[in-house]
Design a protein around this ligand. Structure first.
Ligand code: NDP
Length: 323
């Protein structure tokens, strides 16, 4: 099978398509023909070495496809079933082995591309608005990079809960996408001198109840300054780079703030949690209430280009590889 391997960590140029032996499913595993592999920011952290892994390794955590074979002890799925997953290392490949307990069925009417586009970013967005900080009707919330993969889904889900979403984006084209996803206000954060002042101007000087910040280094300070008293800072990623160490006293002086740094995998540890969050997302895709915008499709061999585009801020919505 063809697969995208990282032999040495580094920039997008380290991504190589290689020929590997077809894997066999172990006990409890599915062997899946990957029809669409999701590209996520975490893949760039693994590729660059920010999240260290032993090399060589096949990149990719997320995908959707058809079950080709099942390992010993698997009763949940059969050959031919349509499945999707968000945490099977090695998903940038023609074939992937996926723990049956971590796979979910793809509902009728949801395509492989939509499923691969929905799961990791969709569950993240769902977890962030329902569990990390349960967004309430009428609250003002700030979503950074709102035209991105997670951003468009966060904007839709928070708006659906009745929140007034203040979105940040870098371009006018992305602003239009954020508005279409439900954002009430859109700020071009690359154009304004004082981002927190802009946010406060949209909230009668009060600040927002929660900031969902997946951008990190370049937005973190403004995010803290945009919060209302006792607001919640949700730092969930670092697309602009990691945030330097923080003095807890800043949380005091900025208004008894809360700071959390969540990761999806701590919220979907059990089968029950996986089915709850994945089910909510996939059902919403199936009934048309959640739009998965697959913005960019690439051949497997073009994984390098996908990473270059993602990190150069040229993308919106979801990126998928089509093996
Ligand atoms: P996106 O599609 O959001 O792409 C990243 C976006 O970040 C860009 O399009 C860009 O939007 C914005 N950005 C701002 N500054 C920079 C910069 N210097 N370089 C590159 N991009 C920049 O990616 P994802 O949806 O895949 O992920 C979004 C974030 O969510 C990431 O930080 C990721 O790690 C995190 N994440 C965290 C999870 C968790 O469990 N904690 C799970 C999934 C994702 P613009 O042009 O509008 O500025």
């Amino acid at each position: 099978m063809r697969a995208i391997q990282v032999e040495q960590t580094g920039g997008p140029e380290v991504l190589r398509e290689v020929e590997l032996a077809d894997p066999n499913p172990g006990a409890g595993e599915l062997l899946v023909e990957v029809h669409a592999a999701g590209v996520n920011y975490i893949d760039t952290y693994q590729r660059s070495g920010l999240y260290p892994r032993q090399t060589p390794f096949t990149l990719g955590l997320e995908g959707a496809g058809a079950v080709r074979a099942v390992g010993a002890g698997v009763s949940r799925f059969d050959v031919g079933d349509r499945v999707a997953w968000s945490d099977a290392q090695g998903s940038y490949a023609e074939l992937a082995t996926v723990a049956a307990e971590r796979a979910v069925a793809v509902p009728n009417g949801v395509s492989y591309e939509q499923a691969a586009g929905a799961l990791l970013q969709g569950m993240t967005a769902h977890v962030l608005v329902t569990s990390t900080y349960p967004v309430a009707d009428g609250e003002a919330v700030l979503v950074h990079a709102a035209a991105g993969g997670v951003g468009l889904l966060l904007t839709q889900l928070a708006s659906a809960r009745g929140a007034r979403v203040i979105a940040t984006v870098s371009t006018e084209e992305k602003a239009a996408l954020a508005r279409a996803a439900g954002a009430a206000e859109v700020i071009r954060y690359t154009e304004v001198a004082d981002l927190a002042a802009e946010v406060r101007a949209h909230t009668d000087g009060q600040g927002v109840a929660v900031v969902y910040d997946g951008v990190g280094a370049s937005t973190f300070d403004a995010s803290l300054d945009s919060l209302r008293r006792r607001g919640m800072m949700v730092l969930f990623g670092a697309s602009s780079g990691p945030v330097p160490p923080v003095d807890p006293q800043r949380l005091n002086s900025s208004g008894s703030l809360y700071l959390t740094r969540p990761t999806l995998f701590h919220y979907v540890t059990t089968r029950e949690e996986l089915e709850y969050h994945a089910g909510a997302v996939l059902d919403s895709v199936a009934d048309g209430t959640l739009d998965i915008r697959v913005g960019h499709r690439y051949q497997l061999a073009d994984a390098r280009t996908a990473h270059e585009d993602l990190q150069a801020r040229r993308t919106s919505g979801k990126l998928v590889l089509l093996p």
